[in-house]
Design a protein around this ligand. Structure first.
Ligand SMILES: [Zn+2]
Length: 109
């Protein structure tokens, strides 16, 4: 589900270690609740700065606890349109007067 350029990063030890440490920290603070709704338990660690090929190797961005959020799945999905299953996005298209499919532009990221 991660973007191609991010795969190596998400599979790598530095991120796994960072993510684990962050979750432990959140559990110590409030039991690991979602930082947005504070209702459900966190499900994934989210980067508040959108990772790009330019910043993903900058630990100040990609491995910085101050730029992370522990959120539940509904909150995370609401925030980032690109985590909606790709197939769903492709299903969302409309047709012009001649019956040609027009893809609906994806939400600004
Ligand atoms: Zn939530």
């Amino acid at each position: 589900m991660a973007k191609e350029f991010a795969r190596a990063f998400y599979d790598g030890m530095p991120w796994r270690r960072c993510r684990k440490a962050y979750i432990s920290k959140r559990i110590a603070i409030d039991g690991g609740l979602c930082e947005k709704c504070h209702e459900r338990l966190g499900y994934m660690v989210h980067h508040t700065v959108m990772l790009t090929p330019d910043n993903i190797n900058d630990p100040e961005v990609s491995l910085n606890h101050n730029k992370l959020e522990y959120v539940c799945k509904p909150c995370h999905d609401r925030e980032e349109g690109h985590f909606i299953q790709r197939s769903k996005v492709q299903d969302r298209c409309t047709f012009d007067d001649e019956g040609n499919p027009i893809p609906i532009p994806r939400k600004e990221e």
